[in-house]
Design a protein around this ligand. Structure first.
Ligand SMILES: O=C(O)C(=O)C[C@]1(C(=O)O)C=C[C@@H](O)C=C1
Length: 380
């Protein structure tokens, strides 16, 4: 008689599994308890920080500065530097981003204006930079964001400044010419454009696609290849495009995932941008200067007299003082025909010795130098 080996019954196997699973869940419960306690301890520390800041400021007239961009950048840089997995480095930093955002909300609720409407990439940039725990105010124009920050109606503003495919947002640069606001930070956002439709859209009958001009341009090749005969209609924002689609049976929109969520639209072709690394840079604008974080950038505007060798004489001090320039844009000066101003970004902080020396040299050669601010480089 053949030796009948007893096959493990399904019930034995699953009960062994269940025991292992239960033990792991016990471990997770114990860890959660510790994490919760540690987060609460951290939050209590933040409350004490708020008391210290308030006391220090009571001596002067100025209100206390609760939000500290340079400190937040350092915390996130440290999280990323010591991280070894198994969660992704950026995923871990994003969790800390939210913990810090909640801690700051205990100290003070930040109010942040941004180029709206709701559902735009700029709103996504606000959340990426400040976390979920801020009060946001969508405004319809870049100058309105500047105005609200200047007037003290909000603490900070967020505006787009350049896109890797389409270049600079001229309106933002021009608004800086007449503003005394400071740049307090930057955010970089990977931009994914999706084609989306509403519940009443007839897919086979799409004859019109709404989107912001820049987004249509970012998807030009894809549209030429897949929907060459469909009319492309530029509108004021991607969120506006998404809103329109809801009521039209023959229209689709190109927008980001936040707009799809906000207006309950179905994404029928995801990630249709022509450049896979399409990204947009946003600036945080505020009223105060930001101290050094250790990994900073500085932005300035320089007006130069026209003449031979102007660009060389402008760039030479940066080279001599070993400063890494990250961007140079030229815009027509508001004052006169054929005069230009230069928008320059470089690595380093205005308190660094070599930056101070370079700025002094540039000031000697320029008609005017406007210091827009030093701020931590984007961490996430
Ligand atoms: O260190 C501070 O000044 C804090 O207020 C604490 C804290 C934090 O949670 O780590 C919170 C808000 C600030 O923007 C920076 C850091």
């Amino acid at each position: 008689m053949a030796d009948k080996k007893k096959a493990p019954s399904a019930s034995t196997e699953s009960s062994a599994d269940t025991e292992e699973l239960l033990a792991l869940r016990d471990q997770i419960d114990a860890l959660d308890e510790q994490i919760q306690q540690l987060i609460s301890d951290r939050a209590a520390c933040a409350q004490r920080v708020a008391e210290v800041k308030t006391r220090a400021r009571q001596k002067g007239d100025e209100p206390p500065l609760f939000y500290r961009p340079e400190r937040e950048a350092q915390v996130l840089q440290r999280v990323m530097a010591r991280h070894t997995g198994p969660l992704g480095q950026e995923d871990m930093a994003r969790l800390f981003r939210e913990i810090m955002s909640a801690c700051l909300a205990l100290e003070n609720t930040l109010q942040v204006a941004y180029l709206g409407p709701e559902g735009t990439f700029t709103q996504q940039a606000v959340i990426k930079h400040f976390g979920q725990w801020v009060e946001t105010r969508p405004l319809i124009a870049i100058d309105e964001v500047f105005r609200d920050v200047e007037a003290g109606a909000v603490n900070y503003g967020v505006v787009p400044v350049e896109n890797s495919t389409e270049g600079v947002v001229n309106h933002t640069l021009d608004t800086f010419l007449n503003s005394n606001l400071k740049i307090c930070g930057e955010v970089e956002l990977r931009i994914h454009q999706h084609l989306m439709i509403g519940p009443n859209t007839r897919r086979e009958a799409i004859s019109r696609i709404y989107s912001h001009q820049q987004s249509l341009a970012q998807c030009r090749k894809w549209l030429d290849a897949h929907l060459p005969h469909v009319e492309r209609v530029p509108v004021s924002s991607n969120a506006d495009a998404a809103r329109r689609v809801n009521t039209e049976w023959n229209a689709a929109a190109i927008a980001g995932s936040m707009a799809a969520e906000l207006y309950d639209l179905e994404i029928i072709s995801p990630k249709i941008e022509d450049q896979p690394d399409n990204s947009t840079r946003f600036l945080i604008i505020g009223r105060e200067s930001v101290p050094r974080s250790g990994q900073d950038k500085t932005s300035i505007i320089v007006s130069m007299r026209n003449g031979p060798g102007v660009l060389f004489s402008l760039l030479e001090p940066f080279n001599r003082h070993g400063i890494d320039m990250t961007r140079l844009e030229t815009r027509p000066a508001p004052s006169g025909t054929w005069a230009y101003v230069f928008f320059i970004d470089f690595k380093g902080h205005m308190d660094d010795d070599n930056v101070q020396q370079a700025l002094r040299d540039v000031e000697e050669r320029a008609v005017e130098v406007k210091r827009l601010g030093s701020y931590p480089m984007a961490v996430l």
